[in-house]
Design a protein around this ligand. Structure first.
Ligand code: ZN
Ligand code: ZN
Ligand code: ZN
Length: 184
């Protein structure tokens, strides 16, 4: 089984699924084709989303079959699995471009971003303790535009101190001093 044969493949249109499978020596099966097709249409889907997409085409397919497909395709290097902290594993067609991911802290939206250096490892540790480092895993965390628009903390540069919460029991006599200053 060769894992180098797929190097240079771009995101596979569904009709290339059979060729992709054969290139790694995998048997071409309907569920495997359906999983590749689902990931082409829904990059970064988790297993439940893949299962739902596959069942749109093949209603009778079992969840175990789909999980097995994801496992086999990932092992074969056709599918890449990512798991941002706090998230379930997500899957995408492996493109061999060493791209990284933006992740929204609020809704979990994931977007691809190109690698800044192009080749792994993207970063070198200040102290490598003799390790041969071949990869740095990079996630960019933040808020997507939709969540940032709904998040008042991210929206207003400064909270209004005590805005509208002043008690109405201020003695009238103090008002005199203030109006004196303002009209002077
Ligand atoms: Zn979001
Ligand atoms: Zn990606
Ligand atoms: Zn990188």
């Amino acid at each position: 089984m060769s894992t180098t044969a797929t190097r240079g493949e771009t995101a596979a249109p569904p009709r290339d699924g059979a060729a992709l499978l054969r290139s790694t020596g995998l048997r071409v099966t309907r569920p495997r084709l359906a999983v590749l097709s689902a990931l082409t249409q829904h990059p970064h889907a988790d297993a439940a989303e893949v299962l739902s997409a596959v069942r749109d085409e093949q209603p009778g397919v079992s969840h175990q079959t789909v999980y097995d497909c994801l496992h086999v395709l990932t092992e074969a290097g056709l599918v890449r699995s990512i798991q941002p902290a706090g998230s379930t594993a997500r899957y995408e067609i492996r493109r061999h471009d060493n791209h990284h991911h933006l992740v929204c802290r609020t809704c979990g939206r994931v977007e691809d971003v190109p690698c800044r250096t192009g080749t792994p490892p993207c970063l070198h540790p200040a102290q490598d303790h003799g390790f041969v480092v071949d990869e740095a895993e990079v996630y960019y965390w933040g808020l997507c535009p939709a969540c940032a628009a709904e998040d008042p903390a991210a929206n207003t540069p400064d909270a209004q101190p005590g805005g509208g919460a002043a008690p109405a029991s201020t003695p009238p006599s103090r008002k005199k001093d203030e109006s004196l200053d303002e009209t002077a």
